[in-house]
Design a protein around this ligand. Structure first.
Ligand SMILES: C[S@@+](CC[C@H](N)C(=O)[O-])C[C@H]1O[C@@H](n2cnc3c(N)ncnc32)[C@H](O)[C@@H]1O
Length: 213
């Protein structure tokens, strides 16, 4: 049975083949299971700050992957052995930034899926020495940002930090929908805005319109 939602499937597809993998804040453990099933990694660490959440992953992985995984109750990337690739998904962007800044080590490759504040995640990843490999918005009922980065130099422009480079380049459907929703909110706000606020809103409206042209 495929336990992966479209969101989780998108994440698994963004993960590359590697020797060692860690899913930080794994909860259910479905991603590590998919990685091991597909032999996309030889060994997986599943970690979570909550022992109760981690038990779910442990129970799942014990079925078919005993010996190929280790479950660690921990905060972020503390006390996690060095691995090639790390996933941090389904958490707020600020928490992801804190986990990266306080990590005992930083891997060669990161796959990040913040629930909000993707701009802060991009900025932090670049400051910590990562270059962007893929950075775009996708839809699985809700809208999500997916940020794939590897160690290397990067020079992102302010708009790329705000919106994601691939969104600006490719203008995918999900991204255009997100911006259209923002434009609809601005149009409503303009109806009741005072003169000062109107100017700011008009400027923002123009910027969003230009972005999805
Ligand atoms: C909403 S779930 C996301 C689960 C999974 N990563 C996904 O994308 O479906 C967030 C998980 O992160 C865990 N978590 C929150 N803060 C954490 C931290 N500082 N370190 C490790 N795990 C954390 C929670 O206990 C929870 O299991």
């Amino acid at each position: 049975m495929n336990k992966l939602t479209l969101r989780l499937n998108t994440i698994v597809n963004a993960l590359s083949g590697c020797d060692t993998f860690a899913d930080v804040g794994c909860d259910h453990g479905y991603v590590a299971e998919a990685m091991l099933d597909a032999k996309k990694c030889n060994f997986a660490y599943v970690t979570d700050v909550s022992a109760v959440c981690l038990k779910k992953a442990e129970k799942l992985l014990k079925e078919n992957h005993a010996g190929s995984f280790e479950a660690i109750v921990t905060d972020g990337l503390k006390n996690v052995p060095r691995v090639d690739q790390v996933l941090i998904a389904g958490m707020g962007g600020e928490l992801i930034c804190d986990i990266l800044k306080n990590a005992d080590f930083l891997p060669q490759r990161l796959v990040l899926q913040p629930m909000k504040n993707a701009d802060k995640v991009r900025k932090t990843a670049i400051e910590l020495g990562y270059k962007m490999i893929k950075d775009y918005t996708f839809k699985d009922v809700k809208y999500y940002d997916l940020i794939v980065c590897e160690k290397g130099e990067e020079s992102y422009l302010a708009d790329e930090i705000e919106f994601g480079r691939d969104n600006l380049k490719e203008k995918g459907e999900a991204f255009k929908e997100v911006i259209s929703k923002k434009l609809a909110i601005i149009s409503e706000a303009l109806k009741i805005a005072g003169e000062d606020e109107k100017q700011k809103l008009e400027k923002l409206k123009k910027k969003y319109e230009e972005i999805i042209l």
